[in-house]
Design a protein around this ligand. Sequence first.
Ligand SMILES: Nc1ncnc2c1ncn2[C@@H]1O[C@H](COP(=O)(O)OP(=O)(O)O)[C@@H](O)[C@H]1O
Ligand SMILES: CC(=O)OP(=O)(O)O
Ligand SMILES: [Mg+2]
Length: 397
Amino acid sequence: MHHILTLNSGSSSIKFALFAVNGTPVEKVRGQVEGLGSMPRLKAQTGQSVLADEVLDEARVNDHASGLAAVLGFLQAHFAADTIAAVGHRIVHGGPDYTEPVVLDDARLAELEEFRPLAPLHQPHNISGVRAAKKAFPNAVQVGCFDTAFHRAHPWVNDTYALPRELYDQGVRRYGFHGLSYEYVENRLHEVAPHHADGRVIVTHLGNGSSMCAIQGGQSVGSSMGFTALDGLPMGTRCGQLDPGVVLYMMSELGMSAEEIEDVLYRRSGLKGLSGISHDMRLLEAAGTPEALQAIDYFVYRIRREIGAMIAILSGLDALVFCGGIGEHAVRIRERICQGFDWIGIELDETRNRHGSTVISSDRSRVRVFVIPTNEEAMIASHTARLMAEASSPAIG
Ligand SMILES: Nc1ncnc2c1ncn2[C@@H]1O[C@H](COP(=O)(O)OP(=O)(O)O)[C@@H](O)[C@H]1O
Ligand SMILES: CC(=O)OP(=O)(O)O
Ligand SMILES: [Mg+2]
């Protein structure tokens, strides 16, 4: 039996999963290293049974590289390396040209490495994940699946900034991210509510990184993230939409270096910056301090603002979908986001919302509201399996 391993280095965790492939990939094991930088923990499960749940030594596992080594060590101890035929990687930035998954060779890796400055919380870890997986599983094919690919066919007005043309030509464009998550959720929506999936859909991915996507006919037509994964909604530690004048002011008046500004915008802003407590929504909801409440107020406010903008892009709305750690679990946040949208036809059902049912709107609600747990790993495995099948089938014609 062949397996596909998937690796997904997010900003706050490394998620992995192992799929058996015999046609459609079937998930066998999933796990993650979380708490990188504070209490690192490795968890793995197969179905409902726990395979591993261990607190890792903070002195040994303190960054993405050592977190990844812990993941690979766990996998090598439990699964024979030669059964892993392919490793599918989430690569956050694919720039303008990577519009679909590809087999990663050295030339492509070098090209993708150039996008490091455009995704400093992700791209370096994605690339070193590929290098580490190559070493651990030298006979496996390495496949890259891009967060940006889902948005590449979006309309030009969503692709550009109003900057001089030459900057667009040099690649300064709006790319949009979380594409693997949007693709998965859109596919699931087709299964649970095909009629709505064909209509005007907004998907809100609210995790440690948060973004939104307007989808029509299965195609991304608007997204909140831009050139980098900083733009749009406020996030765990990222600022979201910002007047570029603030960056100029930091440079010229506050004398901050590019590194210092990067640190503020990517690591010290968002929920963490506003609350002064944490990037973690659970801790903010529990803390209830005035600053934590304001951080949550700002988060909800910006999401509601973006929903308004996307309704305008779509000329209406048929389905609103929540996903990501916050979108899937934070009952009160979902309720607050939906409040006051009765004019567009959104009415939540309190009981359904509290239970996190798939449909959380009332039967009267004109817009259907869904909670669909995202699964970037399943999307990566499916792309990887397809690429492997294409590679092994004889060319036609
Ligand atoms: N029950 C919950 N209530 C509120 N927030 C939650 C809950 N469970 C998880 N979260 C939040 O989800 C976020 C992490 O989302 P996730 O999608 O797992 O992150 P990542 O972007 O690293 O993949 C954190 O802010 C966490 O607090
Ligand atoms: C693109 C992005 O923000 O990803 P994540 O949510 O995994 O940090
Ligand atoms: Mg994520």
